[in-house]
Design a binder for this molecule. Sequence first.
Ligand code: IPE
Ligand code: IPE
Ligand code: MG
Length: 229
Amino acid sequence: MESKVIPSHVGFIMDGNGRWAKGKGMPRNYGHTKGANNVDLVVSKCFEKGIKVVSLYAFSTENWTRPKQEVDKILALLHKFLIKYTKKLITNQVRLVISGDLNVLPEELAVLCREKMEITKNFEGKILNIALNYGGRQEILMAVNNLLKQGKTEITEEDFMRELYTANLPDIDLIVRTSGEQRLSNFFPYQSVYAELYFTNAYWPDFNEEELQKALDWYAERNRRFGGV
Ligand code: IPE
Ligand code: IPE
Ligand code: MG
């Protein structure tokens, strides 16, 4: 059964890789590998169902506090994903946006990110937005500092939004967070002020088409009022 109202922009807080692995008596990094392997399926299903923009929380500005071998593993998986996924982005005409400060990433990864964004920048219709070294507060400060550098003393909402990583992307309609946690953890605060929030206990490696459909069915039942009546 297809949902009646399909959100234009869905954000996924892909949480629970570590606990998923722990539950299987495996190291946390095994969970990250499984979680990374699950991305293709979920993103493909989203586009199939008519969602236009998919945002994924891959690595937060706070995730640097994790043990180095875990950080290295997550960044290595992202690197691998970007290389493997390029063909698919081009075949399916998906524009890739990477949201986050690339300057402090390992040089090779930053280069790859810029290259893949450049190659796909003219595709319209479907957008995959990966939040990598992303933090909402960092993003807002970056936008403000950019505007100050431009000498602006007064700005509009449009001026501000143009400086965000997500410039020209629609606001987030639905945020899905896996693993049972009910918080946003610095995920696109400006873009999600009117997002519907869906929480599931499923860990990210177990989040599949059936889980996605449940979230979309739930979304279709929401009455979005945007402050009206
Ligand atoms: C989400 O899974 C992946 C990233 C933050 C990169 P976690 O690694 O946070 O898994 P839990 O929350 O510890 O189970
Ligand atoms: C949010 O998950 C970040 C990503 C999914 C990449 P965390 O696991 O880092 O969030 P907290 O620490 O539970 O808030
Ligand atoms: Mg977590």
